[in-house]
Design a protein. Structure first.
Length: 337
């Protein structure tokens, strides 16, 4: 008999305790599972793996871009206007490519910050995960892995660059791009051309599958510029390099960076310098910056400042890109905006 006159059966006490534990487990199981999941998520990421994943994402996105164009199912619409009043086009190609690229990266490394130009309001559940196989060309060029803290990484993706030209069926200008910045500094750049199945990739201080050309005209450079967001770039370039300067209008920021390099495609135009004077966003230019940087080139604002590839998407200061020339001397020739 207990002091209160209630008799406690040992079996009853055990059952009561088990029930209590069950209730506590039920209440906290979600919390515990989340804790375990976040502990399991990689705290560091290997840049060589991230390069291989970036290539895979750009290629899979590119397949969507190509398919939608071939099926003539663009369903183009304007998603707004640029500051200069040009229509910002959105097509099914942009959207389907975004779904593939964004989800592949997020499903593989859920805790990475991934900034895409596009958004998916339908939130289609795309479950693809990367198979972690590093292709032979990457393994042969980059022999070592390099771990960096996941929290230092910002990934920028452009699921379809040169959308305006895509709607005009100017397929040669279209690319898909992935860039990885560590602490705001671009270290991985991938530019993929879906209609010619060509991919350029680079890891800064690691290696790449593309080279600079052997010579560039530094005195009278041929300047590649935007054809659909040109602003006053022609007058700007002529002021710097003279009225006879050859100006090449072309679509796509990815296309224009590749035109500075030794790309194995006769049809891809060649230029010495890329200049852009209107507003542009970081998913348009980060991959190009990384590729150029890996090969010893530069992409800066028109004042020669490095661009911080963390934080906001905006780049306000224009762009000048060059390789195998004195970039500082080039910047000094440019007029004030
Ligand atoms: N003034 C501006 N405002 C917003 N985006 C711009 C811009 N100028 C260029 N861009 C973007 O930069 C990319 C290259 O432009 P361009 O072909 O004119 O050189 C295009 O990307 P998207 O096609 O991915 O939207 C384009 O939309
Ligand atoms: Mg766009
Ligand atoms: Mg773009
Ligand atoms: Mg785009």
């Amino acid at each position: 008999m207990s002091p209160m006159g209630i008799r406690l059966s040992p079996l009853g006490v055990i059952i009561f305790c088990l029930l209590g534990l069950g209730v506590i487990y039920h209440l906290y199981s979600g919390v515990i599972a989340n804790r375990i999941a976040s502990f399991r998520q990689a705290k560091t990421v290997d840049l060589r793996e991230l390069l291989a994943l970036s290539v895979e994402a750009a290629v899979l996105g590119g397949q969507e871009v190509k398919r939608i164009r071939e099926e003539n199912a663009l369903h183009e619409k304007s998603k707004g206007k640029t500051r200069e009043g040009a229509k910002e086009m959105l097509t099914t190609g942009d959207l389907f490519s975004h779904r593939k690229m964004f989800n592949l990266i997020k499903n593989t490394f859920p805790n990475l910050q991934v900034n895409s130009e596009e958004h998916d309001d339908a939130s289609v559940h795309e479950t693809s995960v990367w198979n972690h196989v590093i292709p032979e060309d990457i393994r042969n060029t980059i022999s070592e892995s390099r771990e960096v803290p996941a929290e230092s990484i910002t990934v920028w993706i452009d699921p379809l660059d040169a959308t305006q030209e895509y709607t005009e069926d100017l397929r040669q200008y279209v690319t898909t791009m992935v860039c990885v910045a560590v602490d705001g500094v671009p270290v991985i750049g991938v530019i993929h051309k879906p209609f010619s199945a060509y991919t350029a990739w680079a890891l800064v201080d690691g290696g790449s599958n593309i080279k600079a050309r052997t010579s560039y005209n530094e005195k009278s450079p041929q300047i590649i510029v935007s054809r659909s967001h040109a602003g006053k770039v022609k007058a700007f370039a002529q002021k710097a390099f003279g009225n006879d300067t050859v100006i090449i209008p072309a679509g796509g920021a990815g296309y224009k960076v590749l035109s500075l390099l030794d790309i194995p495609d006769e049809k891809h135009e060649k230029a010495d310098v890329y200049i852009h004077v209107t507003y542009i966003k970081k998913w348009d230019i980060c991959a190009g910056t990384a590729l150029l940087k890996a090969l010893g080139g530069h992409m800066t604002t028109l004042k020669g400042e490095e661009i911080d590839y963390a934080g906001s998407e905006a780049n306000e200061g224009g762009l000048v890109a060059s390789i195998n020339m004195n970039h500082k001397a080039l910047v000094d020739k440019l007029p004030n905006m």
